[in-house]
Design a protein around this ligand. Structure first.
Ligand SMILES: [Ca+2]
Length: 497
C-alpha cells in the first residue's frame, strides 16, 4: 500500500513542527569575549635576553574560541592594543609562545588576550643581559625533590633512623636538645640548561618561618649518591618510600649514615647572623656547583644541607629550625633555584631593505623610493630619509617616499630606510628618537648625483637594529661609513678627463 500524497505532506509538516519544538542544531555563536573568557598567564620561568617563554591556561569559554593574542609593553599596567600586539594564535591548544624580539636587560609586561578583548593577568619580567638566559626553578610537590633525614641517639623509637619526610611541608635542619640531628636533601632538574653552558650565577633561596633557633652557619654540600625523595608527611614515618638517615632509598644504605656527600668542598654557606627569629629567607650562592653539574664534571645528585656545628645543644635555644619544602602550601616560598647562564640569545630585529632605486643606479628628477620591511612581530612604520632628513614615515606596505632630486647637489646622497617594530618604548629613549618604538632596523643606500640628473647609488647597508637609545649613534655611524667616496666620479669630471 502506498501512502497518499496528502498523508506524506501531513507527515512532512509534522516532522518539521517536531524539529522546531526539539530545536535544530544551532550554528556556533559568533566569537566574542564574555566574563570568564580570560586565560591565566603563568609567571615566566625561562627568560632569554630576547624575550620570555610564555605559557598560559587553555581557553575554557564560555564564548566560542577565536584566537589568542600575545601582547608586550614596557609599561606595567598597560592596555593591550594594536600597538602592543606581538602574535596571533588561532589554535586553541597552542598555549605557549616564545618571544624573540624584546630588548635585553629591559623590563617588560606581557598579557594574553582572548578573542581580541578579554585580557589575562599581567606578568612582568626583567630580561637578562644580551646572550644570557635566566632559568627559575621552584617546583611544587609533583616535580620537586626535597626531603630531610633525622636521627637521635637518645630517641628510642625503633625505626627512627628510617623516618622519611619526603611529603612534609618542612625541611628541618640542625640539632635539637633531644639529641636529634636533621639534614635536608634537595635536587633540581637542570636538564633545560645546555651541557657545558657557562653559568653566570646561581642562587638557591630557602624560606623559613618565625622561630627562636640559633643554628649557626648553614652549609651546602654536594650529595654523592642518588636518593629518592619519598612521600611520608610530617612527623615522618618508616614507610620505606625514600631517603632516611640510614638509606638513600628503600633497601639501599648510604655509605655513611646521615647521607653521602663530598665533605671536602663546602659549595655555599650562610653565616649564623643570617638567621632571623621573625622568619625570612637564606640565599646560597651555588654558581660553581651549578657549573660543575652543567659541565658534567660530577653528576647532579642534589645538595645536602647541614649546620656547620651539629653538636647537640644542652640548653635552649635550639639549633634546629624548618625551611619550607617543595610541598609547602605557598608556592612562592618553596625552594627556588635561579640560574643565569650564557645561551647566545639575541633579539631579532626587523629586516629592512631598499627595493628602489637600486644600488648604484643613477636617478634624477622625482625619484620614487620604495623600502621593504618585515619582522616576526609587527612593523609599525618605516622612515625613509635622504642624507638624514626624513622624507616620509609610512605605516603600511609598500613603504614609499618621493624625493625631489632637482634641488639636490650633484654628489653622493644617502638614502636610509629605518623600520620600527611595534613594541614598548622606553621613556628614557624618547630623546634619541622621539615617539620611536623599540628595535629599529635600518638600511641605507648611498646615492651620487651627477650633472645630468643622474644619481649613482652606493652599496646597501646590512640591515641591523639596535635598541633605540643606541639608534642615533648607530645611524650616525652608518652615515660616516657611507660618506666615504668609492671612486665614483661625477659625469662632469669624467667627461673632462
Ligand atoms: Ca618533598
Amino acid at each position: 500500500m502506498s501512502w497518499s500524497r496528502s498523508l506524506r505532506v501531513v507527515l512532512v509538516l509534522i516532522m518539521a513542527a517536531g524539529l522546531t519544538v526539539v530545536g535544530l542544531p544551532s550554528r556556533p555563536a559568533p566569537a566574542h569575549a564574555a566574563a570568564g573568557d580570560a586565560v591565566t598567564l603563568d609567571a615566566p620561568t625561562w627568560l632569554h635576553s630576547s624575550g620570555a617563554e610564555l605559557h598560559w591556561s587553555r581557553f575554557a569559554g564560555p564564548s566560542v574560541f577565536d584566537r589568542y593574542e600575545v601582547h608586550r609593553w614596557a609599561t606595567a599596567g598597560f592596555t593591550p592594543s594594536a600597538a602592543t600586539l606581538l602574535a596571533t594564535i588561532r589554535d586553541i591548544d597552542t598555549t605557549s609562545w616564545v618571544d624573540t624580539t624584546a630588548a635585553a636587560a629591559t623590563a617588560f609586561s606581557y598579557k594574553v588576550v582572548v578573542n581580541g578583548t578579554d585580557a589575562s593577568n599581567e606578568q612582568r619580567v626583567t630580561l637578562p643581559a644580551d646572550g644570557q638566559a635566566t632559568l627559575t626553578l621552584q617546583p611544587g610537590p609533583a616535580a620537586g625533590e626535597a626531603t630531610y633525614m633525622s636521627f637521635g641517639s637518645g630517641i628510642t623509637t625503633t625505626c627512627y633512623a628510617y623516618f622519611n619526610y619526603g611529603g612534609a611541608t618542612n625541611l628541618r635542619i640542625g640539632s635539637a636538645t633531644n639529641t636529634v640531628v636533621h639534614r635536608p636533601l634537595l635536587r633540581f632538574d637542570l636538564r633545560r640548561i645546555p651541557p657545558g653552558a657557562s653559568v653566570t650565577s646561581a642562587t638557591l633561596t630557602l624560606w623559613y618561618g618565625a622561630n627562636s633557633a640559633a643554628p649557626g652557619e648553614v652549609d651546602v654540600y654536594r650529595a654523592t649518591r642518588a636518593w629518592d625523595e619519598g612521600k611520608a608527611v610530617y612527623p615522618g614515618s618508616c614507610d620505606g618510600s625514600g631517603a632516611d638517615w640510614r638509606e638513600a632509598r628503600a633497601g639501599l644504605a648510604w655509605s655513611a649514615a646521615g647521607g653521602d656527600f663530598d665533605a671536602g668542598t663546602k659549595w655555599a654557606s650562610v653565616p649564623a647572623t643570617s638567621h632571623s627569629s621573625t622568619g625570612g629567607s637564606n640565599a646560597f650562592t651555588v654558581t660553581t656547583l651549578m657549573q660543575n653539574w652543567v659541565n658534567g664534571t660530577t653528576p647532579n645528585l642534589g645538595m645536602l644541607l647541614k649546620i656547620n656545628n651539629e653538636a647537640i645543644p644542652s640548653t635552649t635555644p635550639q639549633k634546629y629550625f624548618d625551611y619550607y619544602s617543595d610541598d609547602y602550601g605557598t608556592a612562592t616560598q618553596r625552594p627556588k633555584l635561579v640560574v643565569r647562564y650564557a645561551d647566545g640569545s639575541h633579539a631579532t630585529g626587523p629586516a629592512v631593505s631598499i627595493a628602489a632605486p637600486a644600488a648604484n643606479a643613477r636617478v634624477g628628477g622625482s625619484v620614487p623610493i620604495t623600502a621593504a620591511a618585515s619582522d616576526d612581530g609587527a612593523v609599525s612604520r618605516v622612515d625613509i630619509a635622504v642624507d638624514g632628513s626624513v622624507l616620509a614615515s609610512d605605516t603600511s606596505r609598500p613603504y614609499t617616499a618621493t624625493w625631489n632630486s632637482t634641488t639636490a647637489t650633484n654628489a653622493s646622497h644617502t638614502i636610509t630606510a629605518t623600520a620600527y617594530r611595534r613594541a614598548a618604548p622606553g621613556r628614557r629613549h624618547l630623546r634619541a628618537v622621539h615617539d620611536v618604538l623599540e628595535h629599529p632596523g635600518s638600511a641605507a643606500h648611498r646615492v651620487r648625483r651627477p650633472v645630468h640628473a643622474a644619481h649613482r647609488h652606493g652599496e646597501g647597508l646590512r640591515p641591523q637594529w639596535q635598541r633605540h637609545d643606541q639608534l642615533a649613534e648607530r645611524v650616525c655611524g652608518q652615515h660616516r661609513r657611507h660618506s666615504v667616496q668609492r671612486g665614483v666620479r661625477p659625469e662632469r669630471a669624467r667627461a673632462g678627463g
